[in-house]
Design a protein. Structure first.
Length: 110
């Protein structure tokens, strides 16, 4: 009988593919929950805050900010006031022109 019990003491090893699929399933479930939360938010500032907090949690960040268009006709991205973890000088306006090389790179590659 002791021989039978020793079979259960062994660690079960799953193929690496199963672990990868389980991780993908977990990530997709998280994405669905995040999407539900974002789609239920109508307030723009709450939505930006939710996006920042979600990104910070998923990427394990302590600081984050998001640049948005202040209005449709503006030609630059402005640091939104819902940034987290930064000490910034409020006298300055933090801008990224839409024709900057950074925006061109991000637009071409993502």
């Amino acid at each position: 009988m002791n021989d039978d019990m020793s079979l259960y003491d062994e660690d079960i090893k799953f193929p690496i593919e199963i672990e990868q699929y389980e991780r993908k399933i977990y990530d997709l479930k998280q994405l669905i929950e995040i999407s539900k939360g974002l789609n239920s938010t109508l307030d723009y500032n709450v939505l930006i805050d939710s996006i920042l907090l979600t990104c910070m949690g998923q990427m394990q960040l302590l600081k984050a900010g998001i640049f948005t268009h202040r209005s449709i006709d503006r030609q630059e991205f402005v640091l939104h006031r819902n940034y987290k973890g930064f000490e910034i000088d409020h006298k300055n306006e933090y801008l990224i022109p839409t024709n900057s090389k950074l925006i061109q790179f991000l637009d071409a590659n993502f």
